[in-house]
Design a protein. Structure first.
Length: 145
């Protein structure tokens, strides 16, 4: 079976527009964002600013069992740090697919999930996204001691 010889425009496929200055315009209607949720029956989520200079933040997901008495009160929850997909150029911690995944992960595994909203390329070149995730990890280590 042979594939048809068709040319695919990657910008059109990803719903982005390249700008002359090297940045891209992401078509917002293709990438909706949803607010943190306090209405879920299984998890709670909240956004917390990490670095206002970089515009980074985290969305923290907590299983409801941790606050409704069914989780042992003196037992700490494991922590999962999550960096959303999108090839470092697309999406957000507030994208429905990643919000729903983290909520489900939190509920199913009874863990605290910290989903990092990192800076996107090409406006912020790599390793900026890695630095943002590392900053979250180091900040957590500093604040837990």
């Amino acid at each position: 079976m042979s594939l048809p010889n068709q040319i695919i425009d990657p910008y059109q496929h990803l719903h982005i527009i390249p700008n002359p200055n090297g940045t891209i315009t992401r078509l917002t209607e293709f990438y909706p964002s949803i607010p943190p949720s306090v209405s879920s029956s299984l998890t709670l989520s909240k956004d917390v600013s990490m670095n206002s200079n970089n515009g980074t933040w985290v969305r923290i997901f907590l299983p409801r069992t941790a606050i409704n008495g069914s989780h042992p009160p003196n037992r700490k929850l494991p922590i999962v740090v999550f960096a959303h997909g999108g090839g470092f150029i697309l999406h957000s911690a507030a994208s429905p697919v990643f919000h729903n995944f983290c909520s489900e992960l939190t509920s199913q595994l009874t863990v605290l999930v910290i989903s990092v909203e990192y800076r996107l390329a090409p406006e912020s070149r790599l390793p900026a996204a890695y630095d943002d995730v590392l900053e979250v990890l180091l900040n957590k280590i500093r604040t837990s001691n």
